[in-house]
Design a protein around this ligand. Structure first.
Ligand SMILES: [Mn+2]
Length: 324
């Protein structure tokens, strides 16, 4: 037996009977769909597989098939043979408190990972954990069913932004090619992912986009969502990623600053960036954090003042980045 992490994980899965899978807090499409695929793979091997996440399933994944398999709550402290943590940089990222006595498997495709588990498989070159779990399935000799193929394909499409983000590689496309051959339906998956909007959401998009401001240089776009936008449309929390994507599509824009009013004179600012513009480095300067192209921080102050000051500071920081 080879001793690369994927082979070690497949060996451990074969030896185990009862397996539990969990994802990070505020789980995303990649971890949710991959956990479903992994659970069906386990069942093909006659394993008893349970998925338990700390946080609820967000839209639109809460309407995905098989989603009822995912339990929300605490992983019990004992009765499983192993736990698989998907995209958790450390145990606390899972929000689970009773994992001390577990045999832990850590599968992640992000750079920053604490290598805390008994087997750590961290591959920053993978587009998604969906791609990694496909490889694991091949090692396990799984006959991929259309159901499994659809979940893994959804995971990869979701994490690559429909093959538009920089994590799209020949390998991720190659895995998707195989998944479609094994029964994944790209049209159905796209429909589930993208054609599920409420009319109110589209109205909100109009309102937020109408706040668009550009800095003088034209490399920073600023949009704002006020509490009253949500209230007037009777919306509570809603995924606003596609609004940012539209602002980022403006020619010459390197970075989008999305101001979200959280309370009186308090704003959460989400940063989305393109190419070499590093969103995480900017967010860190303001006490926040995140990834290369997606990060955020919170600020307090009068909106008009922040709207003037923050983009200026961000542009200065961006300039410094290009000087390095
Ligand atoms: Mn992912």
């Amino acid at each position: 037996m080879r001793n690369d992490p994927a082979s070690l994980i497949s060996k451990k899965i074969i030896e185990s009977n009862r397996i539990v899978i969990t994802s990070h807090l505020r789980p995303d499409g990649d971890s949710i769909c991959t956990s479903l695929a992994l659970s069906f793979m386990g069942e093909l091997l006659s394993k008893e597989v349970t998925i338990i996440n700390r946080d609820n399933i967000p839209f639109p994944f809460n309407h995905f098939p098989d989603i009822e398999k995912i339990q929300i709550g605490e992983v019990p402290s004992q009765p499983f043979d192993m736990i698989i943590l998907l995209e958790c940089a450390n145990v606390s990222r899972s929000g689970q408190k009773s994992l001390d006595n577990y045999f832990k498997v850590n599968i992640d495709h992000h750079h920053s990972n604490d290598y805390y588990a008994d087997i750590n498989w961290v591959d920053p070159n993978a587009s998604a954990v969906g791609e990694m779990v496909y490889e694991l399935g091949e090692k396990l000799g799984i006959q991929f069913t259309p159901q499994i193929a659809n979940h893994l394909y959804s995971a990869i499409v979701s994490d690559t932004g429909s093959f538009q983000f920089s994590n799209t590689t020949a390998k991720s496309l190659g895995v998707c090619y195989k998944l479609v051959n094994q029964g994944a339906d790209p049209i159905k998956v796209s429909d589930r992912l993208f054609n599920n909007n409420l009319p109110e959401k589209i109205k909100l998009l109009g309102q937020v986009l109408s706040t668009l401001q550009m800095n003088k240089k034209g490399n920073i776009a600023i949009i704002t969502m006020f509490k009253e936008n949500l209230q007037s449309l009777n919306l509570r929390e809603i995924d606003t990623e596609d609004i940012t994507t539209l602002a980022r599509s403006i020619k010459g824009v390197e970075m989008v600053l999305f101001f979200k009013e959280m309370g009186k004179d308090t704003f959460r600012i989400s940063i989305r960036s393109k190419d070499t513009a590093n969103a995480a480095l900017i967010a860190e300067k303001f006490g926040g954090g995140g990834h290369l192209h997606a990060a955020g921080f919170t600020v307090s102050g009068k909106y008009e003042k922040l709207l003037k000051e923050i983009p200026e500071k961000v542009d200065t920081l961006l300039k410094k980045q290009t000087e390095i």
